[in-house]
Ligand binder design. Structure first.
Ligand code: HEM
Length: 204
């Protein structure tokens, strides 16, 4: 199958959580607090897809034959952003009924909301600059530098989740934080190795 064909299948797969949410809402209901259920569901998928996007480069480097995954990284990243946008929209529209004053107070008062907002603001420039034209405009080097924002975004997204569930211990936020820690550690090791190799080459 061609890359374009595979991308169509991937797009369909990335929309499946939304189909599941709609089916659940129609067939079984979303429980006592459907707005909370929708916001949480979308937030979960935003974080999961962000982590999967981060995992692509290490997987492609470590497992022979998985280099092809790199072609799907942009799509995965955009899907993570799409779910984050839907999550924020659910909070703004369904939870707060577009009451901007209340939203502003929430951002200032509740630290986990402030952190969530920061994550969203970190992801926004990455989504905006994801087109080929923007890569060319920024130049590969600057584009790469800018896209390193995905690392603090992933750390803060885990923190946002942890801060929310701190009253009840949850295995899920711990697993996400562990995955992010492992993926960032792998990147750090590679970056340090690369820098020391460069140093060896530069030394006379
Ligand atoms: C303006 C930005 C954001 C706001 C205002 C916000 C708000 C919220 C709120 C209110 C909840 C709790 C839902 C409830 O219990 O009713 C929540 C949960 C969550 N959010 Fe966000 N969020 C933001 C950004 C993000 C982003 C960018 C991500 C991920 C990339 C994210 C991931 C999550 C996760 C994983 C949860 C926990 C879901 C669960 O309990 O299963 N949030 N957020």
């Amino acid at each position: 199958m061609s890359v374009a064909g595979r991308k169509r299948w991937l797009l369909a797969a990335l929309l499946l959580p939304l189909v599941w949410l709609a089916a659940k809402a129609l067939l079984w209901g979303l429980g006592a607090n459907p707005i909370e259920a929708i916001t949480r569901f979308l937030g979960d998928w935003a974080l999961r897809l962000l982590i999967l996007t981060l995992a692509i480069t290490p997987a492609a480097r470590l497992v022979p034959g998985l280099g092809v995954l790199r072609s799907y990284r942009r799509m995965m990243g955009l899907a993570a952003f799409f779910y984050a946008l839907a999550h924020v929209s659910s909070y703004v529209g369904l939870d707060q009924f577009f009451d901007w004053g209340e939203i502003g107070r929430d951002i200032a008062k509740r630290t986990y909301i402030t952190v969530g907002m920061t994550v969203f603001l970190l992801l926004l420039p990455l989504a905006v600059t994801s087109t080929d034209a923007m890569v060319r405009r920024l130049g590969g080097r600057n584009w790469k530098r800018l896209h390193r924002l995905v690392f603090p975004a992933a750390i803060l997204a885990c923190l946002h989740y942890f801060m929310m569930v701190k009253v009840k211990f949850g295995i899920e936020p711990a697993l996400y934080a562990l995955a992010v820690a492992v993926l960032l550690a792998a990147r750090l090791v590679w970056a340090l190795r690369g820098a020391s190799r460069l140093g060896e080459r530069v030394r006379p």
